[in-house]
Design a protein around this ligand. Structure first.
Ligand code: IPE
Ligand code: IPE
Ligand code: MG
Ligand code: MG
Ligand code: MG
Length: 287
């Protein structure tokens, strides 16, 4: 199986479990349920669930116990995208190839769908039965992680940044949840300290590679050319890797992060080949 096949399989399991969970959650408002479904089942790549499941598989040869957490992280990721697109933030009209949620369902419902996804993610994550996982997710999603990084990202608009500073912003806004995905899978599978340490470095560096590639795709990917990526980051004078160091250097830096991620997997030998392939995929991907 190649990385795309691995992602597709993880996506299928995640989507089936999300569907099962949502069907049973007794939403008080039908519109809210619809808005959530609109964003959650919109053809995301499901990278974070794949990392949760892949890490559990690598450590214990069984990813089934990690499935609720894989779904919880996808819910948090989807909420972060819904809010990221809002007029007060990146003001993006398109997401996952469709009108963004506030465009199709209105701003109030978009804000509330995000709130609901974040909240219900912890309900689902609790099913894994590990208190340390709940801490791990809260740390990665909150002030010391994604939300903190989004603030730094917004504050960087129109400001001159160093590469080090940009890397730090990416570390929080995107890296934290990706790193958390790998760590949660490893923790649920009972990883020892050495395994956890190696996978943490993998998560951290694949996260950086992923966000550099995202910056590159925003300016030069097929979707940017086709107008499906609206280039809102550019419109907001967001500092991105290509803007700061040029396209070629940005590609080199993504490649360096990929290599670091792959090197971190040494202790796992050939068992980790799928994770190596995934590190290459995040840099070479076209969406
Ligand atoms: C996009 O994330 C936004 C970032 C955090 C960089 P993804 O590229 O994983 O988005 P989907 O889930 O596949 O749509
Ligand atoms: C999104 O980063 C990061 C989070 C949602 C946490 P971007 O703003 O760069 O993502 P896109 O380009 O809109 O997908
Ligand atoms: Mg943003
Ligand atoms: Mg954005
Ligand atoms: Mg972007």
């Amino acid at each position: 199986m190649d990385a795309e096949g691995f992602l597709a399989a993880a996506a299928k399991r995640t989507e089936t479990e999300l569907e099962r969970y949502i069907t049973g959650w007794n939403a008080a408002a039908q519109d809210l349920d619809e808005a959530i479904r609109y964003s959650l089942f919109a053809n995301g790549k499901r990278l974070r669930p794949a990392l949760v499941l892949g890490a559990a598989e690598l450590v214990a040869g069984d990813s089934e116990p990690a499935l609720p957490v894989a779904c919880a992280l996808e819910m948090i990721h989807t909420y972060s995208l819904i809010h990221d697109d809002l007029p007060a933030m990146d003001d993006d009209d398109l997401r996952r190839g469709k009108p963004s949620l506030h465009k199709s369902h209105g701003e109030a419902l978009a804000i509330l769908a995000g709130d609901a996804l974040l909240t219900m993610a912890f309900d689902l994550a609790a099913d894994a039965g590990h208190l340390d996982i709940i801490h791990e997710i809260a740390q990665a999603a909150g002030v010391a992680g994604m939300v903190g990084g989004q603030v730094l990202d917004l504050q960087s608009e129109g400001v001159a940044l160093t590469v080090e500073r940009l890397e730090q912003i990416h570390h929080y806004k995107t890296g934290a949840l990706i790193r958390c995905s790998v760590r949660c899978g490893a923790l649920i599978a009972g990883a020892d300290q050495h395994q956890l340490q190696a996978l943490t470095v993998y998560g951290e560096t694949i996260g950086l590679a992923f966000q550099i590639a995202d910056d590159i795709l925003d300016v030069s990917g097929d979707e940017a050319v086709l107008g499906k990526r609206t280039g809102a980051d550019a419109a907001h004078a967001k500092v991105t890797y290509p803007a700061l160091v040029g396209l070629e250097r940005a590609k080199e830096l993504a490649r360096e992060a990929q290599t670091k991620a792959q090197n971190a997997l040494k202790p796992f030998g050939a068992e980790a080949d799928m994770f190596r392939a995934l590190a290459a995929y995040v840099v070479d991907r076209v969406k």
